[in-house]
Each structure stands twice: as C-alpha cells, then as structure tokens.
Design a protein around this ligand. Structure first.
Ligand code: KIV
Ligand code: ZN
Length: 509
C-alpha cells in the first residue's frame, strides 16, 4: 500500500523570512501559482500579522489559487489569528497554522510563561481558529528540544481543541535522523487521538540533517512534510522539497509512500525561485544543481553509455532537466520564442509581443545564446515603466587613478544627469546615482553572478541598501556588469520611492 505524504510548502513564509530571500507581492503570487502547478498540497503564504505587505500577499494568493490549500501563520495571539483568518478567508481551502514554543528554554527566557499557560494559550488559539476555519495546524515550536511528556500533553489538548494536523518542528536543527524518527514514533504511539490527525515534520538544516530528519519522520508515521524549494529558510534553511520528494519517489520500496508532486516541474520551480531572489543554488546541489546529472569521469561516462543506471539513480527528465537550457539566439523567430515562453509557463498578451520581440532581438544582438533564465528575466524587465531608469552611462577607469562616472537618468518625465568620482567604477557609478537622485543610505549587501554560462552571460547584481533603518533589496541585470550593478541601485531607489509614496498614502505611482 502506498500512502500519500502531503507536501506543505513554506518557501513563501519560513523561506522568505531568511535574509536575502525577500520577495514582493507580485513575485510571491507568481511563485504561488508555480507551486500550485507543481502540485503541492498546502502553501504557507506568509505571516499576515507581520506586515501589511505580508498580509496583502497572503490575501492575493488566497484569492487566486484554485486547488491548493492556502495557509497563514499565527502565534497564539488573538490579533495574529484575526489577521491570518482575514487574509485567508477568500481561499478555496483556507488553513491556519498556529504555534507556541514548548521547550523549557523558550518558555522560560522567550515567552516567560509556564507549561500550563502555554497549553492554555494553544487551546484558546485553536478554538479561535476553529470558529472560522476548519483546517488548523498546531506546532509546538522547538519540539526537538522539548520534554516528551509535555509534548504529549499539549498535543492531546490541541487535538481536543480541534487541530487536524500536528506539526513537529526541529526548530534549531538539533536532532539526528534516528532521534527525530524516534520522537515521531513516540508521539504517534502516545498522544491520545493522534491517529485521527496528520503528523507533520518541519526540520531545520543547522547540522545539514533537515532532509534526512524529515524522511526519518516519514518512515515513522509522519504524513506531511513541511519544506521549501531549494531548502531556503531561517539560518541554514529548511528541508529541500526537491530532495525530499525525489527520495520518496526514487525509493518506493523504502518509504511505501508517494507525494502528489509533478516532479518534472521541480527544476523549473527551483530556477524560478533563484531568478526571483537572485540567490542561486550551489553547483553540486542534489536534484537541481548544475552538476546534479553531469558525468565527467571517463569511467562513469563509459558505464552510462552501456546502461544509464550504472551511475544514474533517477532520470534527469523526471525532475525536468531535459526541458531546460534550450538555447535561442538572434535567428530565433517569434514562434520559437513564444513556444519556449509557453513551455516555461509564461504568457505574453498579444499586444505586448512586438515590444517583447524587440527586447529579445536587442539582447540576442549582444549575447549569442539566450537561455531560459535570460528569457524569464526579459519578461520581468520593467525598466521603462519605473520612475528612474538609466538612459546613458559612461565610466572611465584607469589603474591607480580615481574612476569617473557620468550618468543620465530618466526621472519620471524628466531627464537628470550628473558626474562623480569614486574608488573604482562601481563606487563612481553609485556616487553619481546618489548625487543625481539625492538618495541616501549605505550599501549592506553586494552580490554579482552570471545568469547563464558563456562569457557574454547576463550579469545579475543583488544588493542590500540600508535606509531609515530598513534594508531594501535591489536587483539589476545587464550584459554589462557595471550596468547591472547600477541597475540594482536604481531598483532600490525606485522601491524606496514607491514605499515612501505608499506610506504617505499618495496615489499614481
Ligand atoms: O521552525 C519553526 O519552529 C517554525 C514554526 C513557526 C513552525 O518555523
Ligand atoms: Zn521554521
């Protein structure tokens, strides 16, 4: 018999809250649609009480998904629960996930409450959820370091209050697979009423054991795994969905279970997340890293030619490898480009096709091979719609001398220009942008990489900029590295401007 293991995706909540992975509302909505296509059972879309943006992102995802459960996270506080209920109320299948810490160290130092008080808060919170929403997950945070008898007690009260799913977090990634599996088995055998609930896992990767721990949970009775695409999440991240899912699919005799994931979409989903956040997975990452199916050693290639399964335990097609890296170029016509976009799940309105093709041809003139990631980026290139955009830029740099940047920017309907020097090209360009826009703040993060192989690759710059005590993330791309870096600061300036207008309640951005 093969049981179904539910996949609960928390990329947009636990994943998004990690530094370097923030996404805007539109990006979250687009990604949630991809998760629905991928076949995840539940999407934890955010923590609605955390900010207005989070609330609106959860709300728009809830309104627009058709089949997937949409979940909002809440602490056991009435205000959190109201926000989560409100944000998810339009979902076809709403779900609320409430949590409270249960380890002594969290109770004593963080919450400063007793075990009995924690039980009382959990029960009240679940009852409040149940008045408006049938589906309720309860998590005893830091369960991995909590007293087992106390876990049994609070979980049995949570069941009585109406929780249908009991999620067991190893919040700090402390347990080994054997210990985590044993904890799940213990709870499964000792919590009264648990057989009518789904046991779920939520494992962090601080010691690199999140996937192994989640799978050990599944072997011991868990029937839901909370995980994220590319394993993103707090600190070292969560269990990587692509790894969990492919382990279950590749070893049916071991897990005697299946997931509902449409695995050929895994790679595309992983790439989409990298492209949105600008954070790429390492080259040797299981399943979705560039080398995951690359065989270099002659002895391996020889074996593979005789029989693929000598060195390949999964089919690359099963995770979507053969669909990617389809190369387009300057001779590719409208049909080939639209067909490829279609395969990538991107639709362009008929009225926008001509303008898109012009952008495509411009890019193809400067860059021989256009890869899927390049195409995806091109569809997101909204420079011309933004208030500030670079019209012209000139940088003069010479070894041993200060660099000079001259910049001309579109600023709404106007053009502004200026010149500045700096310690190198990037410093000079940034000083020029700051001078002409009057923008302030300090650079806190700086990362530049290439979107695709080859020396004419598109450079992808991601920066963090601290202003008014808030870090704004910006992203810029270009076939020219310094222009990509300049675009990233322009992105920050535009985002800051939008944020200011939002706060001032102005319209017409
Ligand atoms: O890691 C954790 O404990 C969490 C909870 C909110 C489930 O993310
Ligand atoms: Zn977590």
């Amino acid at each position: 018999m093969t049981d179904k293991i539910k996949i609960f995706d928390t990329t947009l909540r636990d994943g998004e809250q990690a530094p370097g992975f923030s996404m805007n509302k539109e990006e979250k909505l687009g990604f949630a649609h991809q998760l629905e296509l991928l076949g995840v059972d539940v999407i934890e879309a955010g923590f609605p009480v955390a900010s207005r943006d989070d609330f609106e992102a959860v709300e728009s995802i809830a309104k627009s998904l058709k089949t997937t459960e949409v979940c909002g996270l809440a602490r056991c506080h009435s205000g959190d629960i109201d926000a989560a209920l409100m944000a998810t109320e339009k979902a076809k299948k709403p779900r609320i996930h409430v949590f409270i810490a249960t380890s002594d160290i969290h109770l004593e130092y963080k919450l400063k409450i007793s075990r009995d008080e924690a039980i009382k808060k959990a029960v009240e919170a679940i009852r409040q959820c149940k008045k408006h929403c049938d589906r309720v997950d309860f998590s005893p945070e830091d369960a991995g370091r909590s007293d087992r008898d106390f876990l049994v007690e609070i979980l049995s009260e949570a069941i009585k209050a109406g929780a249908d799913t009991l999620n067991i977090p190893d919040t700090v990634g402390y347990l080994s697979p054997a210990e985590f599996g044993d904890l799940i088995l213990y709870l499964n055998n000792n919590v009264p009423g648990i057989k009518n609930c789904i046991i779920s896992t939520h494992c962090h990767n601080d010691l690199g054991m999140a996937v192994a721990n989640s799978l050990s949970g599944a072997l011991n009775g868990a029937r839901q795994i909370e995980c994220t695409i590319n394993g993103i999440g707090e600190r070292a991240g969560n269990a990587a969905m692509e790894e969990v899912v492919m382990a279950i699919k590749t070893r049916p005799e071991l897990f005697k279970a299946r997931t509902g994931i449409n695995t050929p979409l895994l790679l595309k989903t992983s790439r989409m997340l990298s492209s949105i956040t600008g954070q790429h997975v390492q080259i040797n990452k299981a399943i979705v890293g560039d080398n995951a199916f690359a065989h270099e050693a002659g002895i391996h290639q020889h074996g593979l030619l005789k029989n693929k399964f000598t060195y390949e335990i999964m089919k690359p097609d099963d995770v979507g490898w053969n669909e990617t890296n389809f190369v387009l170029g300057k001779h590719s016509g409208r049909n080939a480009v639209l067909d490829r976009l279609n395969k990538l799940g991107i639709k362009i309105a008929e009225a926008d096709v001509a303008a898109f093709m012009m952008k495509f041809k411009d890019l193809a003139d400067g860059k021989k091979h256009i890869y899927d990631d390049d195409l995806i980026l091109l569809t997101k290139d909204k420079n011309e719609e933004m208030y500030y955009a670079i019209k012209e830029m000139k940088v003069e740099a010479q070894t041993g001398k200060k660099a000079t940047a001259t910049i001309k920017l579109k600023a709404g309907g106007d053009v502004i220009e200026g010149k500045a020097t700096g310690n190198g090209s990037v410093d000079a360009v940034y000083n020029a942008i700051i001078k002409v826009t009057g923008f302030e703040g300090v650079l806190t993060k700086f990362n530049v990489d290439a979107i695709s192989p080859q020396k004419d690759a598109i450079a992808n710059a991601n920066i963090g900029w601290l202003i008014d005590d808030v870090e704004i993330r910006g992203r810029g791309t270009s076939t020219d590295t310094v222009t990509a870096i300049a675009n990233a600061l322009i992105d920050v300036v535009n985002r800051y401007r939008i944020q200011q207008q939002h706060e001032e309640g102005l319209s017409g951005v």
